[in-house]
Design a protein around this ligand. Structure first.
Ligand code: HEC
Length: 175
């Protein structure tokens, strides 16, 4: 191989001028080839900023972490689950917490996805007639239970004030 190579050279290059030309070409040709390749590759990638793959949602979707816990419901339940991630441990440990902790850990178990016919948090249509009953009625239903809704959502150790705060939160999110 190397022999063939040097033979070629000895036969083709006869003057110093030719040598210079060959050396220059051997430098310019690869560089030009690389430039052309780069242009070929990048020129082929037509990124249409208006395509559906380039919307902010689609990009966020592609960039988001792989592991994400999400319960049935809607975006809101995902948000409350995220909040519960920080609030839950204390509430579970003490058995009681603030209204928001009760809401996240106890009430959302049914009200996020509408378990057993529970009106979903954020479902304004489902909540409208209930809100119309007046907040005191809702407090009473939440504290004493109503049909399949257990008293205090089952968290009977929670003070009434926390249950009321949870009702307030649920109503505020569902107006
Ligand atoms: C085991 C599931 C479950 C849990 C846990 C639960 N709920 Fe409910 N909730 C229901 C169901 C089912 C209904 C619908 C009851 C009906 O109207 O028949 C309901 C209805 C309600 C209503 C409307 C009552 C009315 O008078 O219209 C409120 C307010 C409410 N829940 C608040 C809460 C609060 C606050 C918590 C947390 C402390 C909670 N719920 C936890 C199942 C649950």
């Amino acid at each position: 191989m190397t022999e063939v190579h040097s033979e070629e050279h000895s036969s083709l290059i006869k003057t110093p001028k030719q040598l210079v030309v060959v050396m220059l070409l051997s430098f310019i040709v690869p560089v030009a080839a690389i430039l052309l390749l780069v242009k070929l590759i990048t020129g082929d990638m037509h990124i249409d900023p208006n395509s559906s793959a380039m919307t902010e949602d689609a990009i966020a979707q592609r960039l988001k972490p792989v592991g994400e816990v999400r319960m049935v419901g809607d975006a809101q339940s995902a948000a409350t689950i995220e909040a519960a991630g920080t609030a839950a441990p204390e509430a579970a440990a003490s058995g009681a917490g603030t209204g928001e902790q009760v809401f996240n850990t106890v009430c959302q178990a049914c009200h996020a996805a509408g378990v057993a016919g529970a009106p979903k948090t954020g479902d304004t249509a489902a909540w409208q007639p209930r809100i119309a009953q007046g907040i005191e009625v809702l407090y009473a239903s939440a504290i004493n239970g109503k049909n399949l809704m257990p008293a205090k959502g089952g968290a009977t150790g929670s003070p009434d004030a926390d249950i009321k705060a949870a009702v307030d939160l649920m109503v505020a999110k569902s107006k």
